[in-house]
Design a binder for this molecule. Structure first.
Ligand code: 5GP
Length: 204
């Protein structure tokens, strides 16, 4: 009973994490991958909850042993998705979400052509800047760097199957839920998940 695999990508400040949190609350059948990272935990983050925080040496060992289904360097830190965890979720039939950057999404599309990739866009660069500013205490220089990085990510938007413009949150949340529903209804998915409805195909 294989599950559906969905990647969600966005520049920081586009509201991806809040959207994904809302989706997980609405849909108890969804699992969210906890990535491995070499980045240090931020205040309030817990090992095993937001990320598995590991030393660079451990990350490289896992990477070289083929432990990641995808991995990438983002802002000077390494991030990767556990191959074993993902395989287990999908084999058990859980629909699974990966919150990863564009480089990782590209690798997942190649490894799982039946997966569904979603990009969350802010309504404008001006609004993205406002949101980054509202986050609090970042210096002008940091905000400028974040905006530059966001634009770099957004330039890959056309590689994705679906795009959500996160202008009004409730609309964007409905749209993300709709994408998940539609992904589940793909013929290949339905066939694998409910073979009993397709038994007529093998009857004379
Ligand atoms: P942050 O360190 O701010 O939590 O995340 C920085 C970036 O890394 C975000 O764009 C996030 O989506 C991305 N990211 C988090 N986990 C993974 C992962 O496992 N693989 C890849 N490729 N990117 C990830």
């Amino acid at each position: 009973m294989p599950g559906t695999l969905i990647t969600v990508t966005a520049p920081s400040g586009a509201g991806k994490t809040t959207l994904v949190r809302e989706l997980l609350q609405r849909d108890s059948n969804l699992r969210l991958s906890v990535s491995y990272t070499t980045r240090a935990p931020r205040e309030g983050e817990e090992n095993g909850r937001e990320y598995h925080f590991v030393e660079t040496g451990r990350f490289l060992e896992m990477r070289d042993a083929g432990g990641f289904v995808e991995w990438a360097e983002v802002h000077g830190n390494s991030y990767g998705t556990s191959r074993a965890w993902l395989a287990e979720q999908l084999e058990e039939g859980h629909d699974t979400l990966l919150e990863i950057d564009w480089q990782g999404a590209r690798q997942v599309r190649e490894a799982f052509p039946e997966s569904v990739s979603v990009f969350v866009l802010p309504p404008s660069l001006g609004e993205l800047e406002n949101r980054l500013r509202r986050r609090g205490t970042d210096s002008e220089e940091t905000i400028a760097l974040r905006l530059q990085a966001a634009l770099g990510e957004m330039r890959h938007v056309q590689e994705f199957a679906y795009v959500i413009i996160n202008d009004r949150f409730p609309v964007a949340a409905d749209e993300l839920a709709a994408i998940v529903r539609v992904a589940r209804l793909r013929c290949a998915n339905q066939y694998k998940r409910y073979p009993q409805y397709f038994s007529f195909l093998t009857q004379d």
